[in-house]
Design a protein around this ligand. Sequence first.
Ligand SMILES: [Zn+2]
Length: 341
Amino acid sequence: MPFGSIVGHHSTIASLQTAVSRQRLAHAYLFHGDNSIGKRTTAVSFAQALNCDSAEPTRIDGCGVCRSCQQIEARTHPDYFVIEPDRELATPQIKIEQVREIEQQIVYRPLIGERKICLIDDADRLTISAANALLKTLEEPPDHSLFLLITSRPASLPVTIRSRCQSLRFATPARTDVEAALILKREMPPSDARLLAMISEGRLGEALSTDLKQVRAEQQELLELMSPDSLRSITTLLAAAESVAKADRATELLSWLARWIRDLVIIQVGGDRDQLLHLDHVPVLERYARQAQTDALLSVLSDIDHTLRQATRHLNLQMALENILFRLRDAIMTSVPQPVS
Ligand SMILES: [Zn+2]
């Protein structure tokens, strides 16, 4: 993909293009920033720009269609290597063997391109021995070599590696940029694009691959659960907590509850309505916002955040979910008598 098709990251890309045009490249770059916002896409575009076959001296972008650009995209280019952890494993790691294998290749001159390029995705997953092996190469990199390290957790990389790389921080793209990209690439109506852009919080990669139907179904489920009839019925809340927890969807429902509460609080404090997720349901939200206690809502919200952070360790998500649903019910339905315990 040429640089021009990337969503956001304009100044980062401009600095890479300047480096390409002046032929003043570092031997190693560290691209860091949130997950799924375009770091790897940019790295691939960078590799294409450097090894593109279209012979223009002022070239600062890959054409995307020549053999070299296509081979880089398909990871079959003989001068382009990708190292990444096996993400199927419980603890994905980049092993020393993977680094050694590439190092044996990278010392030789490029076969067809200008540079030998090694992209290391999720570089924070390097084992200590793999990181040490890589460090040796980064300390004395072959002239024609370029390493592109990508991570969303730069602090987890050894300082010695980070100090050998030119660091480029990727900011999360604006919601409007993600919306525009969804409308263009997925041909979505603006209201759907808005919903996905908000839920993905700027992570375009996620927004592009999310199943819209499923998201709409989840939203509908949340709205039904938050209807006055459901909230009044303890049986309904208990049944919902049980079925959601059994289907391993507790964290998903908790995230929806958190977004719903945020909408209520935005209305209560007179915040920017453009920030509302459930923009099509404002009258309902307003009714709840009038009767709910902000402090109690914020307290439930912080509980949800805490539960989500502990979710992998949490022994009983069903119980946590029940507790949060009851507290939320108390916060917004003050006229409903407290359940007898
Ligand atoms: Zn090309």
